[in-house]
Each structure stands twice: as structure tokens, then as C-alpha cells.
Design a binder for this molecule. Structure first.
Ligand code: KIV
Ligand code: NA
Length: 265
């Protein structure tokens, strides 16, 4: 297989080819996602929610992210692996941001990092890019700022926030980011942003006028029935499938049906 690079993604946008992206946090899942032909695997800090059970993405540490990323990278033949810099690992100063990005690249073997924010973290993005590390931006609903927003509702519905977002997208392109995620913003705004820049815009809850889509894999596989925002399309109901399989196993163990003669030595 031909490996996906940051260059391939920019070329895909130029050729109007849509980009597919999904999260993964472990070897087994990442192997399936890579083989299925997904272009970009995001080792998201959503691991804080779906792997560790935290309510927000804030508690996950750089060490935890590196652990997940390392396991994902071992499974990959084709996909580009992007890793979230977790909350607290890049906001205080550009040097710390660079140190965190270097640790991710060196210790996990991933191909790029993602940071949340625009002009506020401009110097950190510059510093990381100068070291030769590709950066993906993330604007709109940036979950590391959830306590500032106070809600997970759609962002940039008002003029001022929409203007800032458009400026930030241009800034990220100008700084040299290879792509950016737009999370939970009006579809019309997202399309406008995607048209205004030449780097790919990957949407989540940002409509169909962007250059690619991303979902959290546990969500699109239907592993948790309780999380169902409007933007989520469920491609399977693994929660029901897994629950049934586990109940059947439990029943067979209790009844003595498992293992049978062919399942022993
Ligand atoms: O952490 C994550 O999974 C993300 C995606 C939702 C874009 O940042
Ligand atoms: Na994230």
C-alpha cells in the first residue's frame, strides 16, 4: 500500500477527493481501521472519555497519549497517524509545546500532532512546525476549553465568534498547518472556511461542505447507546452485539455447555 502523507492529504483536497478519518487508541482497533482504508487515524484525547471513562478530555496526560499512540503506530501500514497534544502539554509556552510534540514523535513513531486553538497558540504551532513536525489545527468546539464554553453545544453561531474562527483558519494555513479539524460549527460557516483555504478541513458536526469527515470510532460503531448527538451516524450497534455475545458466553459457562469436546485438549 502507498502510505498516506501530509502531502497526500493536501493533494486530495486539490483533486476534490474526500478524506476519511477515525480515531483509534489501541493496536487491534487501529489494525482494522488501517486495513479498511481510512486515510487518517487520530489518536484523539477523546481517549480520556472512551478509554479512561473521564467526563472531559482534560485529565489525560502526555504519557497516556504516548502509550495509546505507540500501540496504534505498531498496527499501521497505510494510514497517517495524528496524535492530540493533551491539555496542559502545550498551552503554557512554545518551548514546552515543542518538547511535548517531540516526545510524541520520538516515543510513539506517529506522523503528526494536533493542537486545539488559533491565534492564542500561534507561537507554539510555529515552534513545532519549525522542528519539522506536521501540525493539524482544531477550531470550533475545542473540548479542552469546555469549562470556558460551559456547554458542548454548537459553536460560532454568532458573528464575532464566526469571524474569529475564519481568521484563525487563515492563520493556521499561513503558519503551515497541513489540515485542520472543525468541530460542531454551522455547515454554512464550515463550507465557507473550507473554500477559503487550500489545506483540507476535516469536519465533525460541521456538515458536508468540508474536505473530509472524522468520528470517534466507539461512537460510530455504536458501543455506547447513551451518546447520540445529531452529527453522529451509527454504522453498527456493537453495544447490542457485544452484550448478546457476552450474555451467551456467560450462559454457556454457567450451564456447562462451554467448552465442549472439540474445545478441549
Ligand atoms: O479527540 C478526538 O477524538 C478529536 C476528534 C473528535 C476530532 O479531537
Ligand atoms: Na481531541
Amino acid at each position: 500500500y502507498k502510505r498516506i502523507t501530509v502531502k497526500s492529504l493536501v493533494d486530495m483536497k486539490a483533486n476534490k477527493e474526500r478524506i476519511s478519518m477515525l480515531t483509534s487508541y489501541d493496536f487491534t482497533m487501529a489494525k482494522i481501521v488501517d486495513k479498511a482504508g481510512i486515510d487518517v487515524i487520530l489518536v484523539g484525547d477523546s481517549a480520556s472519555n472512551v478509554m479512561a471513562g473521564h467526563e472531559t478530555t482534560l485529565p489525560i496526560t502526555l504519557d497516556h497519549m504516548i502509550y495509546h499512540a505507540t500501540n496504534v503506530v505498531r498496527a499501521i501500514n497505510r494510514s497517517l497517524v495524528v496524535v492530540d497534544l493533551p491539555f496542559g502539554s502545550y498551552q503554557s509556552d512554545p518551548k514546552e509545546a515543542l518538547r511535548s510534540a517531540i516526545r510524541i514523535m520520538k516515543e510513539s513513531g506517529a506522523h503528526a500532532v494536533k493542537l486545539e486553538g488559533g491565534s492564542e497558540i500561534k507561537d507554539s504551532i510555529k515552534r513545532i512546525l519549525k522542528a519539522g513536525i506536521p501540525v493539524m489545527g482544531h477550531l470550533g468546539l475545542t473540548p479542552q476549553s469546555i469549562y470556558k464554553f460551559g456547554t458542548y453545544t454548537v459553536r460560532a453561531k454568532e458573528e464575532a465568534e464566526a469571524e474569529k474562527l475564519k481568521e484563525d483558519a487563515l492563520l493556521l494555513e499561513r503558519l503551515g498547518c497541513f489540515a485542520l479539524v472543525l468541530e460542531k460549527v454551522p455547515a454554512k460557516l464550515a463550507e465557507e472556511v473550507a473554500k477559503s483555504i487550500s489545506i483540507p478541513v476535516i469536519g465533525i458536526g460541521a456538515g458536508n461542505g468540508v474536505d473530509g469527515q472524522v468520528l470517534v470510532i466507539h461512537d460510530m460503531l455504536g458501543m455506547d447507546h447513551e451518546f447520540s448527538p445529531r452529527f453522529l451516524r451509527r454504522y453498527a450497534d456493537l453495544n447490542t452485539i457485544m452484550t448478546k455475545a457476552i450474555q451467551d458466553y456467560n450462559k454457556d459457562v454457567k450451564s456447562g455447555d462451554f467448552p465442549n469436546e472439540n474445545e478441549q485438549y
